[in-house]
Each structure stands twice: as C-alpha cells, then as structure tokens.
Ligand binder design. Structure first.
Ligand code: AHR
Length: 495
C-alpha cells in the first residue's frame, strides 16, 4: 500500500481535549451493578461490597466522570427507593429490562463509589414516570446543606456534607418509542423545561444535559434535537448524543468506514446548537455530551424475564470492534471544540470492556484503545491533513485506510492512528509543518490475527496492547508502520 502522510501545524488548534470525553456509564441493567461493580459475596469484595478486581482494572481507564443510574432504567426509577436502611428498601420490577431491582445500591452507594474512584457523578433523572418535582427533590437530597426535608434525609443516611453533584441529565432517550414515558417531543420539552427550572432554581451551580436524539438513525433526527433546543436552549448546558455501531452485514471494510458517520452526527448537532444560539441571541453555547457510545449489535438479550441480575447485553468484543472504539475517540478528539463530555456505554458486563464470571474477570479488546487514548490525550486537538490511499464504500465514497487524530501536548505530539486495511500494513509519515519531531517518548500498539479475534476466559490475552518502539525520525518527521487492523498511539517529542 502507498504510504500515508499526515501533516499538522501547531497553530491549527481545534480546541483543548476535554478529559471528560473519557467518561463511563453505569446502569442498573443486567449484571452491571450487581455482579459487576457491587458484589458483597465475591472474594474480591471490599468492606462496602465493591469488587476490587473490577475497580482496579477500571482505574486503568482514567475515567473522570460516570453517568448513573441509566439509561432506560432511569425512566422508571424513583430515587427514594434506593436510599435509607438497606433492609427496608423495596424490591421492584424494573420494566425497562424486565428485571428485579432490589435497590441495594442507590444514590449514597454510587457517591461512595465515585469518591473512591475519583469520578465526577453524572445523574440522569426520571422524566419517564417521574415528575419535575421528584427530580428537583433529588437535587435537594444531593446538593443542599442539612436543614431541609431531603437534605435531612441524606444526613440521616450518614452523609452530612452535600454531595455537590454538578451534572444532571434531563431524562434518557425520550425520543425512543421503547422508552418508558416516551411521547411527542413537545411533551418531553415542556417537562424537561419545568424540571430544569426547578432544579436550577434550587442549585444554580448545576449543569444540565437535555436529551437529544437516541441515534442519528432515528427518523426524527435531527428535528427532535431542533425542537428541544428551541425550548430549552437557554436553560441547558449540553445536549446528549447517543450512538451504537455494529457490523450487521458482516462487511468489515464498510463497518470500519462507519466511523465517518460519527463525524457527521457531531457536526449536525453542533451546527444546530450554533444556529439556536444565534436565533435566541444568546451568549450561551450549548456543547455536546455524547453520553452513550459503543459497539452493540451481537447480543440483543434485553429481556430479564423477571430475574435478578440476568445476563443481558453481554457483548463479546473483537479486534474490528476495537477499531470502532478508536474511531469514536478519534472523532471526539477531532471535534474537541464541540464534544466536551462522552461516556462509553458501559463499564462492566453490559456492552462493556470488562466481563465478570464468578470471581474471574476478563478484559476485552475494546479496553485497549480506550486506555491507549485516555492515557495520552492531554492538550489541544490539531487539524490534520491526511494524504494517503483509500477504498471505495457505498455509503461514504472513498474512505482513507488511516483514521487518525493528533493532540499537541506540553513539548510533545500525541498521535492516534488506525489501519483499516484487512491484510496490508500501512506506512505512515507524520510531518509537523512548523517544527520537528525528534524522538519517541512512548508508544503502544494493538493488533491481532484477524477482525474477529477476541479474548475469552480460555484465551484472555489474545488481544492486548503492547509497547511500540519502531519509529524512525528522518528529517524531523516520524515514520512507522501499522500492521493490518492495527491501532497505534504514540507520544513524540517536539522541537
Ligand atoms: O446502554 C444500554 C441502553 O442503550 C441504555 O439503557 C439506553 O439508553 C440505550 O438505548
């Protein structure tokens, strides 16, 4: 294959990469909370019932913020069921996943976990069966000093100091007919507006995320987003985007090219936000919160059949899925001026990079691109000029074999590059127009025997990122080769 030349200039900054794009998501769904994060019976449990093996591995992901308690679950969840003495909490039938929810893990446990993991909590309120007032009361429980009805409840539950939760989501995927409480956009917008006002009147410091479309494939996309921004533009701080990808047609080249559509989804919603800002003569720019993203298509078991902690959405990830994850992250970095928060959905057992089986833990392929990016993305995203070979796709025309993003750090350049070629290695040259690349600080590579290669409990280390050192520096450029379907992350010193 002909080489690919990537040219950057340190002056062509898109925006600072927000560390919150490496956020996570924990939902009461399947075995995410129970048997994932929280399992007092496990040999790995700490004194609070959290699984140490799971948390220690998640720590490697550098996650700064986690969304909770759903997802679809949020639309039927009454937060007061999850507080107070554990033995008197109700056991409920959750309609989102048709599962038993014993409420042994609730707001106080989630905040304890956040403190332990140094995560910023991000709570999605119930605008499905819940009222705007119930949402407002949750803010009071969490953020107001003792002395009022709900803050006193928190105090009685052992937490005198307010939790100071900044991020609050106004419902979840309310455009989706599957969502509890789904209705016409106007219904949602009015309720969200009422909730936003009550919540912000109580605590001005909070930041609100309104529900945008649940996917760019929805028929109502982007009209739904237009409407919610029309109603709420001045009252909210972010609009949510969701996206799940899949190789449904068993066509790997087309699947790998799909990441192009993430760029398109982001650019469409960002354009709407800017349009609304002008239309409303507002000083406030609404940013993008991509609070659910991942690969999800293989495991469609979504019905818990009335069980507790059923095996739902337990997707097994392979090498091509890892390239998609890298593609999402490349796209978020390339749009650093607009995407300020993103949450991989989810963190354990449910469409997740980690899977537990009894007391064992498996790290999946998608874990590796995540850590390769999150460990080295501090700085400013740079505009790239990519000249290299590509291939024809039905949906996007010609797509380059190399998908990439670059971040200007302190005296260094971080480069992320994926080779979409199935069988050939790709030679890449990075050239910096106003400087020189002189040496490799560190590098990592993920590759494997084929697109469908995946880790399993029997073969847990088939796919694993390894140190990458094969970089030459001819004439101030960096030159290296990426194996077929490989992902490379490099930190290069600059002069
Ligand atoms: O992440 C799994 C589910 O996908 C979430 O609950 C929902 O918001 C989305 O449809």
């Amino acid at each position: 294959m002909k080489e690919t030349k990537i040219t950057v200039h340190t002056g062509f900054k898109i925006g600072r990469v927000d560390p919150r794009i490496f956020g996570g998501f924990l939902e009461h769904l399947g075995r995410a909370v129970y048997q994932g994060i929280y399992e007092p019976e496990s040999i790995h449990a700490d004194e609070h019932g959290f699984r140490k093996d799971v948390l220690q591995t998640i720590e490697r992901m550098n996650i700064p913020l986690v969304r909770y308690p759903g997802g679809n679950f949020a639309s039927g969840y009454h937060w007061q069921d999850g507080i107070g003495p554990r033995e008197s909490r109700p056991c409920n039938y959750d309609l989102a996943w048709r599962s038993i929810e014993p409420n042994q893990f609730g707001t106080d446990e989630f905040i304890r976990l956040c403190r332990k993991m140094k995560w910023e909590p991000y709570i999605a309120v119930n605008l499905g069966t819940g009222t705007p007032e119930e949402a407002r009361n949750w803010v009071e429980y969490c953020n107001i000093p003792p002395g009022t009805t709900y803050s006193n409840m928190r105090k009685a539950n052992g937490n005198d100091a307010p939790f100071k939760i900044t991020y609050w989501g106004l419902g979840n995927e309310m455009d989706g007919p599957w969502q509890i409480g789904h209705g016409p956009v106007k219904n949602y917008a009015v309720r969200a507006l009422q909730a936003a006002k009550l919540m912000k009147d109580l605590d001005k410091s909070i930041q609100l995320i309104v529900c945008g479309s649940s996917s760019s494939k929805m028929e109502s996309f982007p009209d739904w987003d237009y409407e919610v921004l029309s109603y709420l533009g001045d009252h909210i701080d972010y609009i949510s985007l969701h996206r799940y990808m899949g190789n449904n047609n068993h066509d790997t080249p087309a699947y790998l090219a799909e990441t192009r559509s993430i760029d398109n989804q982001i650019e469409t919603i960002d354009a709407l936000c800017r349009y609304m800002q002008t239309k409303h003569r507002s000083k406030k720019r609404v940013y993008l919160c991509f609070d659910e993203w991942n690969v999800w298509y293989k495991n469609q078991t979504v019905d818990g059949s009335g069980e507790f902690a059923p095996h739902l959405l337990e997707e097994i990830y392979n090498l091509e899925d890892a390239l998609l994850v890298a593609g999402f992250l490349n796209s978020f970095i390339r749009h650093a001026d607009a995407v300020k928060i993103a949450n991989i959905a989810q963190i354990v057992n449910v469409i997740a990079p980690l899977i537990t089986r009894g007391d064992d833990l498996l790290i999946q392929s998608t874990f590796y691109p995540f850590i390769m990016f999150s460990g080295r993305a501090e700085g400013f995203s740079l505009r790239l000029k990519i000249d290299g070979p590509g291939y024809m796709t039905e949906e996007f025309g010609e797509v380059e074999y190399i998908d990439s993003s670059a971040v200007l750090g302190d005296g260094c350049l971080h480069i992320f590059a994926c080779n979409r070629h199935l069988t050939e290695e790709a030679e890449v040259i990075i050239s910096i127009a106003d400087g020189e690349l002189v040496s490799l600080e560190n590098g990592e590579l993920l590759c494997g025997p084929g697109p469908e290669a995946a880790n399993s409990f029997e073969q847990p280390d088939l796919l694993k990122s390894i140190p990458f050192t094969e970089v030459q520096f001819p004439g101030g450029n960096a030159r290296f080769k990426i194996p077929p379907l490989g992902i490379v992350a490099l930190t290069l010193s600059l002069k």
